[in-house]
Design a protein around this ligand. Structure first.
Ligand code: MG
Length: 169
């Protein structure tokens, strides 16, 4: 049986993952409004992955016969101050999510909840990848995204347009 604390934190994490999806959709809209459809594609796919994360947490509670409580999702506010701003915000947000998942893992250790520790291991690896790709995108934007040298931005937009969605196993 899952500890009450771990179940409560996973319930809260479902909301954080759906909020992430919402935030990334807001970022996709920001780029789409500026005709940067490649950047928009990147964040739309990011949003679909976040929805998948939410469902993974939800399914885990359901499989373990825990009550699921869905709360309201907060209004997302993408930082619209520059083309770079959402990328930096996305990295900060992923670091926040990583800390949140590490906190659940700590609770699972405290509760000697071994099954949840194994379940959360997937997310700990995933967060490492999320942070790395957010950092890589910022680095590319610094190199190529200068709004005064639009050739680079055009190429980066094309690269991001090629990203395709594949559901996590
Ligand atoms: Mg996530």
């Amino acid at each position: 049986m899952m500890s009450h604390e771990v179940a409560k934190l996973i319930n809260e994490q479902i909301n954080k993952e759906f909020y992430s999806a919402y935030l990334y959709l807001d970022m996709a809209n920001f780029y789409s409004e500026r005709d940067l459809d490649g950047f928009a594609n990147y964040f739309r796919i990011q949003a679909m992955e976040e929805r998948d994360h939410a469902m993974k947490f939800l399914d885990y509670l359901a499989e373990n016969n825990e009550a699921i409580s869905l709360e309201a999702i907060a209004k997302p506010e993408a930082d619209r101050s520059s083309l770079m701003a959402p990328l930096v915000q996305a990295l900060k947000h992923e670091e926040f999510v990583t800390a949140s998942i590490h906190n659940i893992y700590s609770a699972a250790i405290e509760a000697a909840d071994y099954r949840s520790q194994r379940f959360l291991g997937w997310f700990i690896d995933e967060q490492g990848e999320e942070e790395a790709s957010a950092r890589a995108l910022i680095a590319k934007m610094e190199l190529f995204g200068d709004e005064n040298a639009k050739g680079g931005l055009y190429l980066l937009n094309q690269e991001l347009a090629a990203r395709s969605y594949s559901p996590a196993e």
